[in-house]
Design a binder for this molecule. Sequence first.
Ligand SMILES: *[C@@H]1O[C@H](CO)[C@@H](O)[C@H](O)[C@H]1NC(C)=O
Length: 221
Amino acid sequence: MGFFLLIKATTFMISTLMFTFVPFTRSVPFVVFHGISDKCSNKGVKQFTERLTKWSGIQGHCIEIGDGAWDSWTMPLLDQTEIACEKVKSMSELSDGYNLIGLSQGSLIARGVIEFCDGGPPVKNLITLAGIHAGIASIPFCGSTIICLLLDDLIKSEIYSTYVQEHLAPSGYIKIPTDIPAYLKGCSFLPKVNNEIKNTRNSTYKERFASLENLVLIMVS
Ligand SMILES: *[C@@H]1O[C@H](CO)[C@@H](O)[C@H](O)[C@H]1NC(C)=O
């Protein structure tokens, strides 16, 4: 759990900075995508969204994907992105454009929505905190609960196998530096969102990402 607590604590601290430095266009609503193991109803994300709303005077929404914590671990990121896409499309208050804020794994969902969501409302600004844009080299330590042990077993089998890719969300952004060919071939999300596969690069993804008015990527150590 240390990994997640660290991220939560850090994003919380950084949120204070955001209130000071990042100018939002008035009246543009915002959407938050939370990180792994989290859910919109959890205190941290709720406070984060509420504080941003209070500061900006603009309605913000934390968008939940599936049931939150469990699906954040087990639902492939492409599926999560698709659900997020349908949700933003169904929210009429976003139709003139909105700002996106991604926390940790939610940063990838945010970028997926920007790049893949055909017919979605325009995203004006993207801010990510602890975004995993270049992937991670191993699975973060989950803990010793039964779920974590099961996940560890899954990981040990084979990270780029279809089975793991379909059942473990973080496998979609595991980029093992010593095995890039396997990553490009088997990893279902990051190579696509980063346009990394030579023959299938999609200029539409690039155009959509480049059309952002502002991009703010906040790194944590
Ligand atoms: C690129 O992505 C767009 C948007 O999803 C899609 O309409 C188009 O068919 C894709 N192009 C290629 C060459 O795959």
